[in-house]
Design a protein around this ligand. Structure first.
Ligand SMILES: C[S@@+](CC[C@H](N)C(=O)[O-])C[C@H]1O[C@@H](n2cnc3c(N)ncnc32)[C@H](O)[C@@H]1O
Length: 275
């Protein structure tokens, strides 16, 4: 009996791994398959499915979208924070105040993409950085797009309400300037909200926009992809950067073929498009 249970669990792990790869590009190792499987088991129980195959049938049927959302939520790891890897926001400031200063003075649109934004902290950190650097009239031309595969995270990002505990201790003055506080929570002033737009998007699918960006954050997401998926993603993202634009990646991520992609390293896990 125990052996059967064990065999079933192993089989389910492979199924979970295949689904993860198919719907999100996420490459689960043994440990992560196991934790995703635990979460999925909980979903199966909540929705009274007998086994994972019944669940898969629902996901693959037309009305399965809602369930697919849940399986994606179970697979993803959404850890994030405001001003995480703070140096990138210093680079963004330099990018706007020096490299794209002339474009901003000419009132051109400036686009920033937080491409796996989780619950929105990365995009709002970029918005506060921009708001600190530019006058109100120039802010009208700044657009910050936040996207994530996890619909629940995008709902939270759009809601824009966070716990005060999420404010980094050394940055409370900055938040005082840009936020409204109530009870143990806070949200952003309207002109900060106006800078950001959130959409649900799987980064390995087709992108429903043609625009190029001046800065792209793609941090702590390729750690879940295999090498082939990651290499294709770096190439696609780079092709959407303006010359002089910058891409910021997670501290344990690397773009090994940066020269071939026309990138130059400019600091800690950051690259500038030079060709
Ligand atoms: C660890 S969080 C990183 C959040 C943020 N970039 C940061 O560094 O703080 C990884 C995020 O990537 C998202 N993600 C995973 N696979 C994705 C995909 N294929 N397309 C878009 N987002 C994805 C997850 O939903 C999760 O919110």
């Amino acid at each position: 009996m125990n052996n059967n249970k064990e065999a079933l669990r192993k089989k389910d792990l492979f199924i979970v791994r295949d689904i993860a790869k198919k719907i999100s590009g996420i490459h689960l190792n043994e440990n992560k398959s196991y934790s995703a499987n635990l979460k999925i088991s909980r979903i199966l129980k909540d929705f009274n499915f007998e086994n994972i195959n019944d669940y898969l049938k629902i996901i693959e049927s037309n009305e399965g979208k809602y369930k697919k959302e849940e399986i994606i939520s179970a697979l993803t790891t959404n850890v994030t924070s405001f001003f995480r890897e703070n140096h990138h926001f210093d680079y963004l400031l330099r990018l706007l105040c020096h490299d794209f200063h002339a474009e901003i003075m000419r009132d051109e649109n400036i686009r920033i993409w937080s491409s796996a934004c989780s619950s929105g902290e990365e995009a709002y950190s970029a918005a506060m950085t921009v708001a600190e650097a530019l006058s109100e009239c120039h802010l009208k031309k700044i657009k910050i797009l936040g996207t994530d595969i996890d619909a629940e995270m995008i709902r939270r990002a759009k809601g824009g309400v966070y716990s005060k505990n999420n404010i980094p201790k050394n940055l409370s003055e900055k938040f005082d300037k840009f936020c409204i506080f109530f009870e143990s929570k806070f949200s952003f002033l309207q002109y900060i909200n106006d800078l950001v737009l959130f959409r649900n998007l799987n980064i390995i699918d087709e992108w429903p926009f043609q625009s190029k960006f001046h800065a792209i954050f793609c941090r702590n997401v390729t750690i879940y992809f295999d090498k082939k998926t990651t290499d294709i993603l770096w190439r696609r993202l780079t092709s959407r950067l303006h010359i002089k634009g910058e891409i910021y990646i997670g501290h344990s991520e690397r773009i090994t073929n940066f020269e071939e992609l026309g990138l130059r390293p400019i600091g800690i896990s950051a690259y500038k498009k030079v060709v």
